[in-house]
Ligand binder design. Structure first.
Ligand code: CTP
Length: 419
């Protein structure tokens, strides 16, 4: 099934008869799980009304670059930053020329110029205009800059001619848009992710837990699936729905999480421990609800197993990634944890008052590898941050595998990875 779950798509509509199909396209993008914001050029509004596009996208349509009201809401820079991908469908010959030349005199061209997100273009025009040398040169320029060109299809055209120039069907465009996100960085690999808090029972109705929402771990699992991995997510109690294309196993306590992880760990090449596992649990959970009587009550706690360290100590171990939530001395504490738990990679973030981390939608990470190399992933939504982290994990995993193959295992003091 095609999925665009949690993806933010800016749909650009330019002037051409195929614009009537853009309403269906917007509807199908949303059905696939995407959030859609529409930008229409003046030409587009001659073919389909902004009201139609507003109704199908669920948001007001953006039309003008120099409109103070619009800029105060979501201006061209915000739209450019907001987008996970920009899809222009239909794209007229005139738009291709503006985009290829980096012009920014209308909102859509300005957003295309200002965005760092992937740009996909679905041309639709008369076959002679399509074949024109200028159009083809513009397409070459756009392709060379990394734009993806979807179509066009061949067939009968609105102008009565037959040939290439028809916009692809909305269903095909949705599938191609989804493929923009499939990096293939983890193709063929199996990944196990832990997420959320754990709940350590004191009695049948009370327990010890923490403020982890599970958002980061779920985003990491989804990003790994998007990158082509088979993903198992072992999750503590959260309010989040199971991510798409991920086998989710729900557990409650740290011990259950430990057991679920070790039941699956032999089959995976990469382990990512994002869960905020409770370090201690009550020694004996009461069978019945504890009644209040004494003025003081002492709870005795025992250590829980360290799931992450237990995975890193396996021989062979998967490529093991840990998280560190710290309130102070971020880098030093993260380096110490990396070493102590013998990890391949650690992703550290600051938590506490005013910082990202638990139960927020944004976060930033400092990632440190076994050789001490640092990578800063700047503040951004957890969805994007997870994608960037998965990209980094893929690079480090493949580099480690390469190194192991060239150096041979004899020189490596650590147990062999399961590569
Ligand atoms: N972790 C784990 N099992 C535990 C405790 C932690 O797998 N029993 C993992 C977490 O999923 C995370 C990493 O260890 O990837 C770091 O957790 P954190 O709580 O920050 O560090 P601790 O090792 O518990 O150390 P401390 O609480 O002393 O900071």
């Amino acid at each position: 099934m095609v999925t665009l779950q949690n993806k933010r798509i800016v749909l650009g509509v330019t002037g051409g008869i195929a614009a009537y199909k853009s309403a269906d396209l917007a509807r199908r993008l949303r059905e696939a799980g995407a959030e859609v914001r529409v930008i229409m050029t003046r030409g587009a509004t001659e073919f389909i009304t902004p009201l139609t596009m507003q109704a199908v996208s669920g948001h007001p349509v953006h039309q003008h670059l120099l409109d103070t009201a619009a800029e105060a809401g979501m201006g061209h820079i915000e739209l450019a930053r907001w987008a996970d991908a920009v899809l222009v469908a239909p794209a007229s010959a005139n738009f291709l020329a503006r985009c290829a030349h980096g012009r920014a005199e209308d909102l859509l061209s300005a957003v295309c110029l200002a965005t760092a997100a992937p740009l996909a273009i679905a041309p639709a025009m008369n076959r002679q205009m399509w074949a024109g040398a200028a159009t083809q040169a513009n397409l070459d320029t756009l392709r060379a800059r990394g734009a993806r060109i979807f179509g066009p299809a061949e067939g009968a055209q609105a102008c009565g001619e037959v040939g290439p120039g028809r916009m692809l069907e909305p269903s095909e465009l949705v599938a191609l848009t989804a493929s923009l996100f499939a990096s293939g960085a983890l193709d063929g690999l199996a990944v196990l992710v832990t997420a959320g808090p754990t709940w350590e029972a004191i009695d049948p109705v009370r327990g010890i837990s923490n403020k982890s929402s599970g958002k980061m771990g779920y985003a990491v699992a989804a990003a790994a699936a998007e990158a082509g991995a088979r993903v198992v997510l072992v999750s503590g109690p959260t309010a989040l729905p199971d991510p798409e294309r991920v086998a989710t196993i729900r557990v409650t306590s740290a011990q259950e999480m430990f057991d679920a992880v070790h039941a699956h760990i032999a089959q995976v090449e990469v382990f990512i421990g994002v869960a905020a596992v409770a370090d201690y649990r009550p020694t004996d959970a009461a069978k019945e609800k504890i009644k209040k009587s004494a003025e003081r009550l002492t709870l005795e706690l025992v250590r829980n197993p360290d799931i992450l360290a237990s995975v890193a100590a396996l021989a062979p171990a998967p490529f093991t990634v840990g998280f560190a939530a710290e309130t102070e001395n971020l880098e030093a504490n993260a380096r110490a944890k990396l070493k102590e738990k013998r990890l391949d990679l650690i992703a550290a973030n600051r938590v506490g008052a005013g910082d990202g981390g638990f139960d927020t939608d944004e976060n930033a990470l400092l990632v440190i590898d076994r050789d001490g190399n640092k990578t800063e992933l700047p503040p951004q939504s957890k969805t994007r941050l997870a994608r960037a982290l998965i990209q980094l994990i893929s690079e480090k995993y493949h580099a480690a595998k390469q190194r192991r193959q060239t150096q041979g295992r004899a020189q490596d003091p650590r147990p062999a990875h399961r590569h």
